[in-house]
Ligand binder design. Structure first.
Ligand code: ADP
Ligand code: MG
Length: 683
């Protein structure tokens, strides 16, 4: 069956396997094993050596032994559900083989009386006598018993024997695929081919051999395939020809003159690249990545001006209403009065909504702000030329591809994300886009001071708050819950609000997701106008909101939040020129891991660095919730331990792009590793 280049076998479903029953198949399906390829990645954890036979007087209870015995007598029960028992012996002692749910005929066949047979299984003791319950192997010929037997972390309902039979069968039928790597790369892995690597991966002598050539080669395969898909998507998008936008310096200069600060060099640089893309003849698909507070909004708004000047419409999408409104207000403030700006809010009345829909159709609106509602089916733009999407780091590659198709060929796309990611992951997560990074923070910023405190020291915190208020500062107070919960022992905003409002009457605002948006806006405005000095809030203040005067943030139950989320929350303060403080509150003594996380936060304000540390602590699977976002979940490759392989793949992609290497060479790799529909469009 060793067909050359026959990867179809690997992609075929489990019915292709012989000797696998419906029950086993159903169990595997439930575990998301859909085809034969999926089975290759569950690795043996340890193995049982059944090659050594023992005498009965050498048996150790609880261990697995293989013994040669002579069956002497059957005891078949009269009553159903009782086990059958076969008395056996060798020259050193006696043992019983116990069978639950086995037919009499079957037992007579495998254990014929007075003939030597080999049995293998776990030894137990019952009424002072050794026994083996449901022996794993029974054979007249001891050579039939496999010498070494892999142990996988098994799914309930599948026996070790069945699973080993499946894997052995697959490895026997494993196709030999044409090598996709070039000689130079292959040499780095000791010329280990894919086929032999897989076989070695399942060889129990290699368990835990992560540094070996075969393991690294397989890890590299995964990385390269994910990078390749992204790189192909990017190439496709760049090939799309569009009507370029015209550029004049005027709108840019007008807007800049209204700002009371200068753009940082990184902001200027990002703007330069965005403008270059907008004025080019190919479609832009760019990510603007920058830590919280690095000033991405202003960059995107300035870039939108030229698009409007070129007689195109712009759609600006934010993840929440509050944020959409804030961006909308900023645009109204900055943009020339003649530009028609609207906010599409889910809370505005139907008449107003209808009017906006019509105006978008008639090109009476030039830039619209809103949540994902701006992409509803009923909304038709007259001439959409630019989509800006804020804080959408949770969009996966597939969602982004849909988005890039959405606006039509003349529509440029800019995504913004304040979630810095480790360098090794940039290509796997954002490889389908061009990336601009703003690393520099506006230069008047001071580092945020971060402290951790036990919750029972609340009086110290309150004293600090009192003092800060006297100095004219404002405070965010973040709790994980809205209302008290019987299940979760976490602080709720409502409870905290009551408590703080007694201490600071009429100076405390309360904000959470269940408050309607008009009310929310009132509350936020009161905070902005310093009527409220403390704002008690759930994490809805996490994303993007900008309050330059708030310089203290207190986070309750902070060990419940991830490192990156804490960094995001902390980024709500320290946007003005005053010294900012972040206090992390905890219920009880911290675990070691929590302590490490706090130290990382205390020692750094650099989101990129924090994300690297976060990854080292947690492993990348958990990082930033990317698991849920459709990001590729590697089976063997690990960005921390295989950093060199990620860099190698990045370098190789550069060469492949530069030398225009035909992607067909990688067809088996892509077919096997990225079984998504996208691949069919690409090769
Ligand atoms: P983010 O990148 O997190 O979206 P914002 O765009 O909300 O950051 O900007 C954060 C704050 O910094 C805003 O108040 C904005 O006006 C201000 N800001 C932006 N660029 C600069 C700059 N170059 N110098 C000073 N302040 C700036
Ligand atoms: Mg922002």
């Amino acid at each position: 069956m060793k067909n050359k280049n026959n990867y179809d076998y690997l992609l075929s479903d489990l019915t292709k396997l012989s000797g696998v029953g419906k029950k086993t198949m159903a169990i595997l399906k439930k575990k998301k094993v859909n085809n034969i390829f999926d089975l290759l990645w569950r690795l043996p954890k340890s193995y049982t050596d059944r090659s050594l036979t023992s005498k009965i007087n050498e048996l150790q209870v609880g261990n697995i032994h293989t013994i040669k015995v002579i069956p002497l007598k059957y005891n078949f029960p009269r009553i159903r559900n009782l086990p059958s028992r076969v008395n056996c012996e060798d020259e050193t002692g006696k043992i019983d083989c116990i069978f639950f749910n086995s037919y009499e005929g079957y037992i007579r066949k495998i254990l014929p009386l007075n003939e030597e047979v080999t049995v293998s299984g776990k030894i137990s003791i019952y009424k002072n006598k050794y026994q083996i319950t449901n022996p794993t192997y029974v054979s007249k010929d001891s050579a039939v018993i496999e010498k070494v037997h892999n142990k996988y972390s098994l799914t309930e309902g599948i026996s070790e024997r069945t699973y080993n039979k499946i894997i052995t069968q697959i490895l026997k039928n494993l196709p030999i695929l044409n090598e996709w790597h070039n000689e130079k790369i292959l040499k780095l892995f000791g010329n280990e081919g894919w086929n032999s690597s897989i076989i070695k991966l399942h060889d129990p002598v290699n368990i835990g051999n992560y540094k070996s050539n075969f393991y690294r080669r397989l890890a590299y395969d995964e990385i390269l395939s994910s990078f390749l898909v992204n790189s192909e998507i990017r190439k496709r998008i760049k090939k799309i020809k569009k009507v370029s936008k015209n550029f004049t310096k005027k709108p840019y200069e007008n807007t800049i003159s209204k700002l009371n600060f200068n753009l940082t060099n990184d902001q200027k640089n990002a703007l330069k690249y965005i403008n270059k893309d907008l004025s080019s003849k190919s479609k832009m698909f760019r990510l603007l990545q920058g830590d919280v507070g690095s000033g991405k909004t202003i960059v995107s708004l300035i870039s939108a001006l030229n698009v409007i000047e070129s007689n195109f419409q712009v759609a600006f999408m934010a993840p929440t209403e509050i944020l959409a409104r804030q961006h909308f207000n900023l645009a109204k403030q900055l943009f020339p009065k003649n530009i028609k700006i609207k906010l599409l809010s889910s809370k505005s009345d139907n008449l107003e909504k209808k009017k906006i829909v019509q105006e978008l159709k008639d090109h009476k609106i030039e830039i619209v702000f809103g949540t994902h509602a701006i992409f509803q089916k009923k909304i038709i733009f007259s001439k959409l030329g630019y989509i800006i999407i804020d804080e959408q780091h949770k969009f996966g590659v597939r969602q982004r591809k849909l988005l890039s198709d959405k606006g039509g060929k003349n529509c440029d796309i800019l995504l913004m994300s304040a979630t810095p990611i480790p360098r090794t992951l940039t290509m796997s997560i954002y490889g389908d886009m061009d990336v601009s990074i703003i690393r520099e923070k506006p230069n008047h910023r001071k580092e945020i001071k971060t402290y951790s405190k036990l919750e029972n020291k609340i009086n110290d915190v309150i004293n600090f708050v009192k003092k800060s208020i006297k100095e004219g500062n404002q405070i965010f107070w973040v709790c994980p819950l809205i209302e008290e919960s019987k299940k979760l022992d976490h602080q709720s905003v409502i409870e905290k609000y009551r408590y703080l409002n007694k201490l600071f009457p009429n100076k405390v605002g309360l904000l959470h997701g269940k408050i309607d948006s008009k009310e929310k806006e009132k509350i936020l405005n009161r905070f902005l106008n310093k009527e409220y000095l403390v704002l008690v809030s759930t994490t809805i203040i996490e994303v993007g909101i900008d309050f330059p005067n708030a310089n203290i943030i207190i986070i309750e139950n902070s060990n419940k939040f991830g490192l990156s989320q804490l960094h995001q929350l902390r980024g709500r303060v320290g946007r003005g020129s005053k010294q900012a403080t972040c206090i992390l509150l905890f219920k009880s003594n911290l675990s070691n891991n929590a302590k490490k996380r706090i130290n990382i936060l205390k020692n750094s304000n650099d989101g990129f660095k924090i994300s690297e540390e976060d990854m080292k602590l947690r492993g990348f699977g958990d990082l930033l919730g990317f698991k849920q976002s459709g990001i590729k979940n590697f089976k063997l490759a690990d960005p921390v331990h295989n950093e060199d392989l990620f860099l190698l793949a990045e370098e190789e992609i550069r060469i492949i792009e530069k030398e225009n290497v035909d992607i067909k060479r990688y067809k088996p790799l892509l077919k096997l590793y990225d079984q998504a529909d996208i691949i069919n469009d690409l090769i």
